[in-house]
Design a protein around this ligand. Structure first.
Ligand code: NAD
Length: 369
């Protein structure tokens, strides 16, 4: 379809959508104070998507697009609202001049992708005039982004640019883990430390490489047997079944697969001093489980702080930074994690809360400028 026709179609839809997605309505519903929520529908391509801009206080809202077969549209809305707020906090605490946003495309990423769907989605992003910048998330590949980029320049993670963010994410997680080790063990060496890694996918494998180089005693698990066998052979690690990972003898638990693995049933089984991994939303309920961990003497390195290497990679792509500069930014996660741990100790509050307070402090400071 001609770009001009697409623009007209979007303008028509926008008036309806703005009515349907008034910020006040969403604040009443969820109290998360989003700036803007856009419901995107294109009948020709079958696109159904939601773009949520939580905050542009620190800069344009950046966050990936997820394609998922949600059980209901309301589940998709809840997910995008929660994830976009998370991005505001992550970008704020990482010192990036970026706000928080996220998009979800409702559909099956295996059967419902098409060039037209991604082009229609690109038109909606373009209609936000740069307030939202996208990248890949679950279910989306760099190749999908090529179609989005035909309609808008507000895209990162394109093939041939900064590429896979996982190595940078893994390095940041490693830095956060070392800062936590310094606090718990008196020095940041991981040599001989017993570390249990759950998930040896993109990030997990790079993390294991760093841990192996430092001489850690590593136990791995994954539901993908061939990947598990490949990584364990490469780095000479022990392996256990997925459900056994919480019971192994470990100093550090590194969740690099799923969210919510730190919960009522796993915490009593875990006999570790530190939790530090790449997965998002590791605490099933941060208010409850953040305090339970603190009372148990387990140091939790806040997930969105130590896994921020991925978003740093996007930021670097936007600003044309060198690979060395991105790695320096990820190295700085060590310092930020140490500051958050100190803030938590000084105020006797869980680390997740210390991180949230620091992120909110920056948002407040930027909004008063
Ligand atoms: P991935 O899909 O490449 O790897 C995840 C691995 O976990 C897979 O090998 C999968 O088989 C395994 N897994 C799934 N369920 C499991 C279970 N129940 N027990 C054990 N293993 C299981 O994903 P990734 O890119 O490596 O990301 C890992 C986590 O880090 C995800 O939660 C992701 O959201 C988060 N994260 C990733 C990045 C990044 O740069 N890739 C950035 C920030 C956060």
């Amino acid at each position: 379809m001609h770009t001009f026709e697409r623009s007209l179609k979007i303008m028509d839809k926008q008036s309806d959508l703005i009515k349907n997605s008034s910020a006040n309505q969403l604040t009443d519903l969820f109290g998360m104070n989003h700036e803007k929520v856009l419901i995107c529908q294109d009948k020709d391509s079958g696109l159904k998507a939601i773009i949520a801009i939580h905050s542009t206080t620190c800069g344009p809202a950046l966050g990936g697009t997820r394609m998922w077969k949600y059980a209901s549209d309301m589940d998709a809305l809840k997910d995008v609202l929660r994830l976009s707020r998370g991005m505001s906090y992550k970008n704020a605490i990482s010192g990036l001049n970026l706000g928080g946003g996220k998009a979800v495309i409702i559909g099956d990423s295996k059967t419902q992708k098409s060039a037209n769907l991604f082009r229609a989605f690109g038109d909606f992003i373009e209609s936000l005039n740069g307030d939202y910048i996208t990248s890949e998330d679950v279910g989306i590949s760099p190749d999908d982004m090529i179609h989005v980029a035909k309609q808008t320049k507000h895209v990162t993670g394109l093939p041939g640019k900064k590429g896979d963010p996982s190595p940078v994410t893994a390095f940041g997680v490693y830095m956060g883990m070392k800062a936590a080790a310094k606090s718990q063990f008196g020095n940041d060496s991981l040599q001989g430390k017993k570390i249990a890694v759950q998930g040896v996918g993109h990030v997990g494998e790079y993390l294991v490489e760093y841990l192996h180089k430092e001489g850690a005693n590593i136990t791995l698990t994954d539901i993908n047997d061939s990947l598990l066998s490949k990584v364990s052979k490469r780095f000479n690690c022990n392996i256990v079944n997925p459900d056994e990972i919480y019971d192994v003898d470990m100093d550090i638990y590194a969740p690099c697969a799923l969210g919510a693995t730190v919960n009522d049933s796993t915490i009593p089984r875990m006999n570790c001093s530190i939790i530090a991994g790449a997965a998002n939303n590791q605490l099933e309920n941060e208010n409850i489980h953040g305090s339970v961990l603190m009372n148990k003497g387990v140091l939790y390195a806040p997930d969105y702080l130590i896994n921020a290497g991925g978003v740093m990679n996007c930021y670097a792509e936007l600003h044309d930074f060198s690979n060395e500069k991105v790695m320096q930014m990820a190295e700085n996660i060590y310092q930020t994690t140490a500051e958050i741990i100190n803030h938590s100790k000084n105020n006797n509050i869980p680390t997740f809360l210390a991180a949230n307070q620091k992120a909110e402090e920056r948002l407040k400071k930027e909004s008063s400028k």
